[in-house]
Design a protein around this ligand. Structure first.
Ligand SMILES: C[S@@+](CC[C@H](N)C(=O)[O-])C[C@H]1O[C@@H](n2cnc3c(N)ncnc32)[C@H](O)[C@@H]1O
Length: 231
């Protein structure tokens, strides 16, 4: 199936509310466990000196979980959508875990301009995370340029995203499954995201052709891709 790009930022209020109100907690918990597993495998124990950055943080679901899992670190969520950042700040304020989120803050910035905003990120980043971001980025080089510019030799990258279905029929089947659980706005967004997603081959080839082969690209199940490692 041909890739059909979608707008990078999620700026419409209805879209933001639908995304925020959906329950993705199972997948989010899995993602945190997976990151923890990789860090332990590398004998990395995050503490006061460490900074975690969550790119395309949306309403902050993953950022909050990172902040709670690694309470001694500093966690920064970055999103280019003002509406999403407002939502993330609001969610932090009303969270029953508010006291545990003192180490979490948000920056509203397009990831493509984060270098010029990087004075806001004063420490070297130990863990650079994104979930469901890559497919929003129109050009793959913009995503990889950003993570390269934010990474140092200590940075572990972990980026998870949807994998583009093989054909339109498979995309429509996934859309139909989604519609059983979520509202129309979210279902339409999910379908647009599936069509905008990259394939394993596109991501893998990009890393191989651009001196990024220290990053591992692999498939998780039928529907997800992971980019993991050091840049
Ligand atoms: C599908 S949401 C994922 C939110 C969150 N990571 C999660 O897993 O729940 C994608 C988010 O990436 C943000 N985004 C997309 N392109 C971006 C860009 N170029 N710079 C900053 N944020 C971006 C969107 O505004 C949106 O909030």
């Amino acid at each position: 199936m041909e890739r059909v790009p979608e707008p990078e930022l999620m700026e419409e209020k209805e879209q933001v509310i639908s995304y925020d109100e959906a329950d993705f907690s199972e997948g989010e918990a899995n993602l945190i466990n997976q990151i923890n597993h990789y860090l332990l495998r590398k004998n990395i124990f995050l503490d006061e000196k460490d900074l975690i950055v969550d790119l395309g943080c949306g309403p902050g679901n993953i950022s909050e979980k990172l902040a709670i899992k690694w309470p001694n670190t500093e966690v920064i969520g970055v999103d280019g959508s003002k509406e999403m950042i407002l939502r993330a700040e609001y969610n932090k304020k009303i969270s029953t875990n508010e006291k545990k989120l003192k180490n979490l803050s948000y920056i509203c910035s397009d990831i493509k301009n984060i270098e010029s905003n990087s004075f806001l990120i004063k420490k070297r980043i130990s863990l650079l995370v994104s979930n469901s971001l890559i497919h929003h980025i129109t050009k793959l080089e913009d995503f990889f340029r950003t993570i390269r510019s934010l990474s140092s030799n200590i940075t572990v990258n972990f980026h998870k995203d949807l994998k583009r279905p093989l054909d339109e029929k498979s995309a429509l089947e996934l859309k139909a499954q989604c519609s059983k659980k979520y509202n129309k706005t979210l279902t339409n967004d999910y379908y647009a995201s599936l069509r905008a997603s990259y394939t394993f081959k596109e991501l893998k080839n990009f890393t191989l052709e651009n001196d990024l082969s220290s990053l591992d690209v692999f498939e998780e199940g039928d529907n997800y891709l992971i980019v993991y490692g050091n840049v």
